[in-house]
Design a protein around this ligand. Structure first.
Ligand SMILES: Cc1cc2nc3c(=O)[nH]c(=O)nc-3n(C[C@H](O)[C@H](O)[C@H](O)COP(=O)(O)O)c2cc1C
Length: 404
């Protein structure tokens, strides 16, 4: 059993729950499932399950649907998997911390994932990859569930606040994710906009506090959670002094011992050098950041050709995971690969064929894979665990090219 950690720092309060000011970001497909989120929560922090395609962690559900082209069945078993994961995370947490579910707005099943998360007792629903204008009404029947948008600039925050205020609802917290450093899908319209100064934390924190004043909601104390590239106690303290109430980390948790992915997944992320990390256009129509593994390298070399012959075709995996998919819908300016297939390969540790999302910055413990407890303790106190020399055999990123 885990023991809850304590801190003298100000705690993060979300819908009356008092938490350590550390949030583990949702990571799909299957990278943050019950083990990671439940462990984070067990220590008194905020753990997040990624909702998308969780059947991949359940052999019985995969057996039913692995080769199936029955979309309704795949969607149905994914809701069963989500329910199981939320309950397993809750059990592992021992009732400590908070268990959230991350749902991407860009996912076709978004409303159903949101509803299932609430019904299965998630403490919060956190939505990114699009503007969740309709989240208040989707969660109306579940007043105890916190609703948290992930946004990147003051403009996006203003749109959500104004729209939600007309529905008499405010966010229970806001995640501010900087596309310059974060992993996975990024909140900038195109890859060449990710370094835009409007996404810098000081600008967004100050602008958001100003916006709260303009809207007369500064007394509501909506917590602001900064995310993207946070990897040291020093940075964490600086962000708190700038007005953040907590920090969210993705990549550092993905490579933790309790991360739900295969060990090869963790090694690829932990051992990537700065020059191995790239941003490119995803099939979801958003820029994304990942490690340039053999498949991605080969895909990027062929991207222009694949885009020039883009045409509408049936979904590769039959369940239309994205509401709008560059590959299925033949949208030539978007990515041209099956994201579910590629992320599933990565989850299973297939270094040659997988798509390995990763943030741009270095990691708190270099290439070492350490327990979640040490990561949270380090972020809170600045005390580093004694880390032995890395003994990992490493992973090869320069294997033979594979087809896109
Ligand atoms: C492997 C991976 C998968 C991710 N998947 C998602 C996701 O499904 N939904 C989401 O909102 N954010 C996703 N993210 C973003 C993280 O939740 C987090 O906000 C971001 O990575 C923070 O930056 P950092 O990795 O530098 O800490 C993902 C990030 C990584 C590294």
């Amino acid at each position: 059993m885990f023991t809850v950690l304590h801190t003298a720092l100000e705690r993060l309060i979300v819908k009356g729950k008092s938490l350590l000011p550390i949030v583990q970001g949702g990571m799909g497909v299957g990278i943050s499932a019950h083990r990671l989120a439940g462990t984070v929560a067990s220590l008194g922090a905020f753990g997040t399950i990624s909702s998308v395609d969780l059947r991949r962690h359940h052999p019985d559900l995969m057996e039913k649907t692995g080769r199936s082209r029955d979309k309704a069945l795949i969607n149905q078993v994914n809701l069963i998997a989500l329910d199981r994961e939320i309950k397993a995370a809750r059990k592992l947490s021992g009732g400590n911390g908070a268990i959230a579910v991350n749902v991407m707005k860009a996912v076709e099943e978004y409303p159903h994932y949101v509803r299932q998360s609430c019904e299965s007792g998630a403490d919060a629903v956190v939505v990114g990859a699009g503007l969740p204008l309709d989240l208040p009404e989707l969660t109306n029947d579940f007043p105890k569930t916190a609703i948290i948008p992930i946004l990147s600039d003051v403009r996006g925050i203003a749109v959500i606040l104004k729209k939600w205020m007309r529905k008499n609802r405010l966010p229970d917290a806001i995640v501010i994710e900087n596309p310059r450093f974060a992993g996975g899908h990024l909140g900038a319209p195109t890859a060449d906009r990710i370094n835009d100064p409007s996404y810098a934390f000081p600008t967004v924190l100050e602008g958001t506090r100003e916006l709260f004043k303009q809207l007369g909601i500064e007394k509501e104390n909506i917590p602001l959670i900064t995310a993207g590239g946070i990897h040291s106690h020093q940075q964490f303290k600086e962000l708190l002094s700038m007005g953040a109430n907590a920090v969210q980390m993705g990549t550092p948790f993905a490579v933790s011992e309790e991360g739900d992915a295969h060990i090869n997944f963790k090694r690829v992320l932990a051992e990537a050098k700065p020059e191995d990390i790239v941003t490119f256009m995803s099939v979801a129509g958003l820029p994304a950041r990942a490690v340039r593994t053999p498949w991605l390298d080969n895909y990027l070399k062929n991207e222009a050709k694949l885009q020039s012959i883009a045409k509408v075709k049936p979904c590769t995996v039959a369940f239309d995971c994205l509401a709008q998919c560059g590959l299925r819908d033949g949208i030539s300016k978007q990515g041209q690969f099956c994201i579910d297939t590629r992320l599933a390969y990565a989850l299973a540790g297939d270094v040659n064929r997988g798509l390995f999302f990763r943030g741009a910055d270095k990691l708190p413990f270099g290439s070492a894979i350490r327990p979640v407890r040490e990561l949270i303790e380090y972020m809170l106190t600045g005390l580093r665990p004694a880390i032995e020399a890395v003994t990992s055999p490493g992973v090869r990123l320069n294997a033979e090219p594979v087809p896109a």
